[in-house]
Design a protein. Structure first.
Length: 98
């Protein structure tokens, strides 16, 4: 777990592949957030984007913004993202996929 804490930079989206799923993982203020990696606007990979001071991931293609907390697209122009629960345990970091 300490490895995940130290290897993942804050506010820098990381692509995580779990089976066929592509997940965008973000560490922010020592909390982890996981959302679908595929932008709901036109499919760009959100893990190539950045996170702003409000805790929104910004798509690098057309700059749509999505809340890391609830996946909501901030201007209601596109569908919301799927969010995944992240659990931090002493033996690792677990992402709840379904
Ligand atoms: S593809 Fe993400 S904003 Fe257009």
């Amino acid at each position: 777990m300490e490895e995940a804490q130290s290897r993942i930079q804050s506010d820098k989206p990381q692509l995580v592949l779990i089976g066929e799923k592509r997940i965008c993982l973000v560490k922010r203020q020592n909390q982890f957030f996981a959302v679908q990696d595929r932008c709901t606007h036109n499919g760009e990979s959100l893990s190539k984007g950045m996170v702003n001071y409000l805790g929104e991931v910004i798509c690098p293609w057309h700059n749509y913004r999505f809340s890391l907390q609830n996946g909501r697209e901030c201007s209601s122009r596109s569908a919301d993202l799927i969010t995944y629960p992240v659990k931090v345990e002493s033996n690792g970091l677990f992402i709840g996929i379904f």
